[in-house]
Write a protein that binds this ligand. Structure first.
Ligand code: ADE
Length: 268
């Protein structure tokens, strides 16, 4: 059960990827990212190198793995890469699920960090450049109006609990709703608000589903590029703020990684 997993603290490190609860410290971290603009500041910050032999993934897929050692942690950043036909970032839930599955199988991470940009609801307090640590995820575009099946569609789950991290970094905390569209239809809006979400993205709940399937703790760090409940065009505001917000996102992700490494150096 996700919600009953131990917290990320020195006293209670999470179970390892195998879920056998042997309480060894976090050693391998998998960062899953959908956009190149989100990935590059982190590749630079952690001095990661691109995996060029590509042996980790099947031949021909666009997925890119960067890796390196940072503060004694094995950092792997996997970017879903560019669509092989259109040459644009492979955003959305399909690529995110596939990359999550393949990367977990290959790397056996102790912790997953899904980092990316998100749209925010200003009515719920979200502002451009805010960075959220996500407490819960759900989908808003999988409508199955048949009794229990609708709950499967929503796919709501709690993320890995990290109260000490939240306190230490003073992060905003809120719920995330995931769907495969950047814009927001009126029906999406109703369902996102029903999910009680403050931020919306295009990957989070999919990564959470796979992480849960394979019993790997996962946390979600989402930086707001645009609001979705104002007068401005979502796509315009998103593009306008993308680069600056990705710098902010990278700063927060690196603080999170520093926290994780610090916690485990104490007991390591
Ligand atoms: N990522 C950044 N802005 C977004 C939005 N409005 N919807 C979904 N994902 C996003």
């Amino acid at each position: 059960e996700w919600s009953s997993q131990p917290e990320v603290t020195a006293a209670h490190p999470p179970k390892n990827a195998a879920g056998d609860g042997d309480r060894r410290p976090i050693s391998t971290v998998l960062i899953i990212i959908a956009m190149q603009t989100e990935a590059l500041p982190l590749v630079n910050k952690f001095h990661l190198s691109e995996d060029i032999d590509g042996s980790l993934f099947p031949k021909g897929v666009p997925w890119v793995r960067y890796h390196g050692i940072y503060k004694e942690l094995h950092i792997n950043l996997v970017w879903t890469g560019k669509d092989s036909i259109l040459g644009v970032d492979s955003i959305g839930t399909i690529s995110a699920s596939l990359v999550s599955y393949a990367s977990i199988q290959a790397l056996k991470p102790d912790l997953i960090i899904n980092a990316g940009t998100a749209g925010g609801f200003k009515a719920k307090g979200a502002c451009v450049a805010d960075v959220y640590l996500v407490s819960n995820v759900a989908f808003h575009d999988r409508r199955i109006p048949i009794h229990v099946n609708y709950l499967y569609g929503i796919g709501a789950r709690q993320t890995f609990s990290t109260p000490n991290l939240i306190d230490e970094l003073n992060l905003k905390v809120g719920k995330l709703s995931t769907g495969d569209s950047l814009d927001m239809s009126p029906q999406d809006e109703v369902l996102i608000l029903a999910n009680d979400a403050v931020v919306k993205d295009m990957e989070g709940a999919a990564v959470a589903y796979v992480a849960d399937l394979l019993s790997v703790p996962a946390i979600f760090i989402k930086a707001v590029t645009n609001t979705v409940d104002g007068q401005k065009s979502i796509a315009e505001e998103f593009l306008q703020n993308l680069i600056a917000v990705c710098t902010t996102l990278a700063q927060t992700v690196s603080q999170v990684v520093d926290f994780i490494s610090g916690v485990y150096q104490i007991i390591g």
